[in-house]
Design a protein around this ligand. Structure first.
Ligand SMILES: *Cc1c(COP(=O)(O)O)cnc(C)c1O
Length: 494
């Protein structure tokens, strides 16, 4: 990159300073009106323990400096509103603005969880309708909206399995996970007090019923299955798999984080699933990334319903009430009733699409993933030779010969103006490149992405060093990711 002459304004390079560096003594970003009440000593009035001491080196900046600082930082973000976000397993779809409009309706945005039930009837109706629609989409009998994320939904679901088996006399010892499982699955099972046994997938990236049959015994509490699985393939033997587990009294848990490939087309409850979670912040289109908020709704078959977290919605004489009288419930898993704003958005999304619209979205998501697969398969090695569902997974074997790995190709994508795909997951794929376009991408955007990927594949052949040292057009190039994770510097003055 040619260097400009002279001093560059931070504004233009976006080489933004820290607020601490912008600080000048005596500057403030606020003005308070004249005091019109008697002046009292805060420590005396509030108690010394409640008064904060002055913070050393607290930045002193004006209002305009604060606004510009954060506005500049905001332009460093890549988001779904800027372009394709092909992060596999994350379902980064465009979030329709109708969701936001509905969530901002004053009566919903300002509702307080401690409002009396008589003043919360609308909010409670929204939750009841959402539970009903999700139950319908999942093919499950009852739904809880309490869990705050996918992993939290998994934990809730496995606790339900444990409570149910305990009520039968034995919580059992083990949870089975395929080797393609999302890392949260084994983590959930461990936190819920189970040992994890990993099952090797077959050559198509699927669970092998024979391997499963050999592993299931009376010690197995459940198997956690992602379907379509993390290699983007539908577990074709799911009915047989559920049969094998049920025959030994084990439960079928489905990780439905990626329900984007099923909604309106197939229902987990119909293929033998006892309990599943679904990420409303993925399939049901609420903004996510950056840590939340999310919602991991959990659906169950009726035999698990008595154990659901409380309180539960109940309608008596046309009025919604919260039922706390749930003797077998595992108890609350979250304060209040879940991330209500996320629930409103999910319901707005479902109702804006309607049944046929949701089905069309699913089919378009599959079409888009298979389009990318078809355009890239001559340039990148496809991981499993089975039709893709909502995402397609490649290996970096061809590029590795030139020394460029999945992470290098992902970094080069940044130079082409795209957010990278999911790198190195699932772990059973050699140098995985996991791409999930979702249904919201127009063909032109898919083509621009494929063109960039093909251009990079050609660069790997002609100029591998270019790719191996990418990105070249960003503010910083490669950072020391290991140190950043292990020894993060989060203080201004270490
Ligand atoms: C995203 C995802 C999760 C975890 O969801 P969070 O909301 O991030 O906790 C679990 N399983 C799969 C398959 C996922 O894609």
């Amino acid at each position: 990159m040619p260097k400009p002459l002279g001093k560059i304004r931070p504004h233009f390079t976006q080489n933004e300073q820290l607020l601490f560096e912008l600080s000048r003594p005596g500057k403030t970003g606020y003005q308070l009106p004249e005091l019109d009440v008697p002046d009292v000593d805060a420590a005396e009035a509030l108690g010394a323990g409640n008064v904060r001491e002055a913070i050393e080196d607290f930045p002193e900046v004006s209002e305009v400096e604060v606004i510009r600082h954060f506005t500049r930082l905001s332009t460093w973000n890549y988001g779904i509103d800027l372009g394709l976000f092909p992060l596999g397993s994350c379902t980064m779809k465009y979030n329709p603005r109708i969701n936001e409009a509905v969530a901002r309706i004053a009566g919903l945005a300002w509702a307080h969880p401690y409002q009396p039930e008589s003043l919360s009837q609308g909010a409670m109706e929204i939750m009841a309708v959402l539970e009903h629609h999700l139950g319908d989409i999942f093919g499950m009998d009852e739904v809880t909206l309490q869990p705050a994320a996918g992993a939290h939904g998994e934990y809730t679901g496995i606790m339900l399995v444990r409570a149910y088996l305990e009520s039968q006399g034995n919580p059992r010892k083990k949870v089975l996970c395929p080797d393609s499982a999302h890392g949260t699955n084994p983590a959930t099972a461990m936190i819920a007090g189970y040992q994890v046994e990993t099952l090797k997938s077959n050559g198509q990236g699927m669970i092998d019923p024979a391997v499963l049959a050999a592993a299931v015994n009376e010690d197995v509490a459940a198997m956690m299955i992602t379907n379509p699985n993390t290699v983007g393939v539908f577990e074709e033997n799911i009915v047989q798999i559920a049969g094998i587990l049920h025959a030994k009294g084990a439960q079928v848990y489905m990780d439905g984080a990626n329900l984007n490939a099923l909604v309106g087309v197939a229902r987990p409850g119909d293929f033998g699933v006892d309990v599943l979670h679904s990420n409303l912040h993925k399939t049901f289109s609420t903004p996510h990334g950056g840590g939340g908020p999310g919602a991991g709704a959990v659906g169950v078959k009726s035999h698990l319903a008595p154990f659901l977290p409380g309180p539960r919605l109940k309608k008596t004489d046309g009025q919604w009430t919260w039922n706390h009288d749930l003797p077998q419930s595992i108890g609350r898993v979250r304060a209040y009733y879940g991330n209500f704003g996320v629930l409103v958005r999910a319901l707005a999304y479902i109702m804006a699409h309607g049944g046929p619209g949701l089905k069309t979205a699913t089919i378009d998501a599959l079409l888009n993933a298979n389009y990318i697969r078809a355009r890239l398969k001559d340039y990148f090695q496809i991981a499993y030779d089975a039709p893709s569902m909502h995402e397609c997974v490649f290996e970096d074997t061809k590029q590795e010969k030139q020394g460029a790995r999945t992470g290098d190709i992902a970094k080069r994508l940044i130079d082409y103006g795209f957010h990278p795909y999911t790198v190195s997951f699932p772990m059973i794929v050699h140098g995985a490149m996991m791409i999930e376009p979702t249904e919201t991408e127009p063909k032109a955007e898919l083509d621009a992405f494929c063109d960039a990927m093909i251009a990079i594949a050609k660069e790997v052949e002609a100029e591998p060093e270019m790719v191996k040292h990418a990105p070249h057009l960003t503010r910083t190039s490669r950072v020391d990711e290991v140190s950043a994770a292990r020894k993060p510097v989060v203080r201004w003055k270490p």
